[in-house]
Write a protein that binds this ligand. Structure first.
Ligand code: R5P
Length: 310
């Protein structure tokens, strides 16, 4: 395969630039146009022929626009005789739509995976999918990284003598346990039930958090519904302080401000898988080095598994 050609959509230019800097490759230019009828057109303004093309585009707001951009860029690369097209999707938003848990609902996670492949994507590099089964929605190889190393590295500098990791739900307990293991900490999990997009119920915490400095770990924080419900339970159960950590800091609406102001919350930590606003209580850890390393290994045909082993 000839050289790497990295293109970025408009979703997260800062991350694309950082990844290119780590890879020491130029970011290839892309022309995005919108016609009067609102349709988009994409032109990749650099040779793709037989190149190992990587297109960086997290599916963040406005998700539909960024998705179409990614599809069009993939199609353009394929049409320009790319040797291989890898979609680098640090946040795969449609992964939340991963099961038929109500009558007659769509399973967007699966459909979007099919659309990407139809558009010409040969391979996907992603980070912390909402659930493990989403990996299986893709009919092409997927390298599924996590950010536990980055998050644990951050907390490794803290006094953890009284700390405990808490997952808001049992679904994420396995990852929380892997994170806790890295830090040598005990782990607990909430018994969570999602009622709707805006309502969750956590009826109990499995594990004793009384007097503990809790590190809450979740895959994403969107409206903050989950974490606010968990904070209430943690307060009731006598946790001493709470640090909140997640991979995807989406922070819809005023979730970040509200979370930063919540009683007992000492800090908030997320990664730059999605663009995120600045806040004095927020630490943003970069996943660019991990993504760049994975891109480099994919290009060289080397193992990527050491980057995602929990
Ligand atoms: C749900 O299962 C996820 O792990 C997150 O807890 C959820 O996506 C966060 O969304 P929100 O902040 O809107 O509750």
């Amino acid at each position: 395969m000839r050289e790497i050609a990295v293109f970025g959509g408009s979703a997260h230019p800062a991350l694309t630039a950082e990844i290119c800097a780590y890879l020491n490759v130029p970011q290839r230019p892309v022309l995005l146009k919108r016609f009067a009828n609102d349709c988009m057109e994409v032109q990749l303004q650099s040779n793709c022929r037989e190149r190992d093309v990587f297109i960086i585009q997290p599916l963040v707001k406005p998700v539909q626009e960024h998705l179409i951009e990614l599809l069009l860029m993939s199609d353009a690369a394929r049409g320009a005789s790319a040797g291989r097209v890898t979609a680098v999707i640090p946040h795969y938003a449609y992964g939340r739509s991963d099961k038929k848990d109500a009558p007659r609902i769509s399973i967007g996670g699966r459909l979007v995976a099919d659309l990407l492949v139809t558009a010409g994507v040969n391979r996907v590099l992603t980070l912390n999918l909402h659930s493990p089964q989403v990996h299986g929605f893709f009919s092409v190889p997927v390298d599924h990284l996590h950010a536990l190393r980055e998050l644990a590295g951050h907390f490794g500098n803290h006094d953890l003598s009284n700390a405990m990791v808490v997952s808001p739900d049992l679904g994420y307990a396995k990852s929380a346990a892997a994170f806790a293991r890295r830090l040598g900490l005990p782990v607990a999990a909430g018994a969570k039930e999602r009622i709707s997009d805006t309502e969750v119920r956590i009826t109990a915490i499995i594990g004793d958090v009384s007097g503990r400095d809790v590190i809450v770990l979740d895959d994403e924080i969107s409206r903050g519904t989950t974490v606010f419900e968990l904070l209430e339970r943690l307060r009731e159960e006598g946790a001493r302080s709470v640090a909140v950590a997640c991979t995807h800091g989406l922070f819809a609406g005023d979730a970040l401000e509200k979370l930063a102001a919540a009683e007992g919350v000492t800090e908030i930590v997320c990664t730059n898988s999605a663009p995120v606003a600045e806040h004095p209580k927020l630490t943003v850890l970069s996943v660019a080095p991990a993504l760049a390393e994975a891109i480099s290994r994919i290009h060289d045909g080397e193992s990527v598994s050491s980057l995602f082993d929990q």
